[in-house]
Design a binder for this molecule. Structure first.
Ligand SMILES: Nc1ncnc2c1ncn2[C@@H]1O[C@H](COP(=O)(O)OP(=O)(O)OP(=O)(O)O)[C@@H](O)[C@H]1O
Length: 396
């Protein structure tokens, strides 16, 4: 892991704007590629345009190329080809410390012998910021992160969450044009993660920061991001808003990775400009939204994908499928239900997420419904396991 601010050269801060005026800059990445020794192509032709003040997350399973892409943007890893432009300036061949970017990593890398105040002030001292200005900025940043009362403590006197907030302050204090965060909350427990996610998002909005965030946690990506780049095998499968990724997944991998989609096998029976009708292997007819360019009109076999939270119950014999309730698991205000469809011996149970008040009883026969707009249809040329999609877990 690179030593952070220690490497930062003496330079004028990227922006001197006070909070609220939007310090973030746009970033564009074109045709980025990295192959490690041994022939592993970690990143393969990644291109994206990130707007000033946008919160973008690289989401993907382990080994999908998230960290390598981030490290190339940071300058700690040299790309084989491609370019990186920050705020109109090509930084591809610049040393990390000359890019002026901020970093927050899972390991806090605070200086143990310095107080919180000194840790946060350090990047400004490196940049020869006048004392009064330094005091104002450190004070302001600590206050924003709720750390004002802890300025005199040393890192070992803080909890993990507090230490991570100090690391965040240290990246924020000199208002870099882009902040890069690699699993910064990975070491914290769920409650702290939730709390810090809210704080990171608030601070990012308040300051208008451009943030690139790496995580393999779907929920975290959905909570934080304006847009998410879903990565697989070094490539970006889809770069879109959380809503688009949910409602218009372009690949089965995206459908499954974001929402643990149900995949229902069948064939297209009818295609009109208004809808697609899929005859499921279990016998029922499922109406999906009309298909676009990648319409599987020529593909006899398809898989219809629908998220568990977008399915509803109706009386048995109605809807696109009838089956028997197998499991009912309460998860807070939600209930996770699995239904074994009748009429398809080998079919997987269908997973639903319902409000707790609408839970059916195990053994009950129910029908399933879905809004056609929530149903995506994919050609059945590639199976989910081949795409690296994990098998659905019971009660997930
Ligand atoms: N220094 C290296 N030398 C050789 N191969 C590497 C090196 N660093 C990463 N890789 C390989 O490149 C691929 C992408 O790795 P990368 O760390 O970018 O993925 P990631 O999505 O960030 O994964 P994780 O979530 O596990 O950190 C993997 O196959 C990995 O084994």
């Amino acid at each position: 892991m690179p030593e952070l601010d220690v490497m930062t050269e003496r330079q004028t801060p990227a922006a001197d704007s006070p909070p609220g005026t939007g310090t973030g800059k746009p970033l564009s990445v074109t045709g980025l590629r990295k192959t490690y020794g041994g022939g592993v192509t970690a990143v393969d032709e990644v291109s994206m345009e990130i707007a000033a003040g946008e919160f973008v997350t690289f989401l993907g399973s382990s080994g999908s190329g998230k960290t390598t892409t981030l490290m190339m943007i940071a300058g700690f890893c040299e790309p084989d080809s491609g370019s990186i432009v920050v705020g109109g300036r090509d930084v591809t061949r610049l040393a990390p410390q000359k890019r002026g970017l901020g970093f927050v990593f899972q390991q806090y890398l605070l200086f143990p012998h310095m107080t919180v105040w000194e840790n946060v002030a350090f990047p400004l001292q490196l940049r020869d910021i006048p004392k009064a200005e330094l005091r104002r900025r450190v004070g302001e940043t600590l206050e924003m992160a709720g750390l004002s009362g802890m300025a005199r403590r040393r890192p070992r006197e803080l909890s993990g969450g507090q230490q991570q907030r100090v690391a965040l302050c240290r990246a924020l204090v000199y208002r870099p044009p882009v902040i890069l965060m690699d699993e910064p909350l990975g070491a914290l427990d769920k409650k702290l993660r939730d709390q810090l996610q809210t704080e990171i998002k608030r601070i990012q909005r308040e300051l208008g920061l451009t943030v690139i965030y790496v995580t393999h946690d779907q929920e975290e990506a959905l909570v934080l991001s304006d847009r998410i780049a879903v990565m697989r095998d070094g490539r970006v499968d889809q770069f879109d808003t959380p809503r688009e990724l949910f409602e218009r997944p372009r690949t089965p991998f995206v459908a499954d990775f974001l929402g643990a989609a149900n995949f229902l096998a069948g064939h297209v029976e009818e295609q009109t400009p208004d809808h697609t009708l899929v005859r499921l292997d279990t016998g029922g007819l499922l109406k999906a939204r009309p298909q676009t360019a990648q319409a599987p009109a020529q593909t006899p076999r398809v898989r219809a994908a629908v998220q568990p939270g977008r399915l509803g119950l109706c009386p048995a014999g109605q809807g696109f499928c009838t089956g028997t309730v197998e499991t009912v698991t309460y998860v807070g205000t939600l209930v996770r239900v699995t239904v074994r469809p009748a009429g398809g011996a080998d079919t997987e149970p269908v997973r639903l997420e319902l409000p707790a008040g609408r839970a059916p009883a195990p053994g009950e026969r129910v029908g399933l419904t879905a809004d056609p707009d929530d149903v995506s249809v994919f050609p059945d040329s590639v199976s989910a396991p081949e795409l690296g999609v994990p098998a659905p877990e019971q009660g997930r």
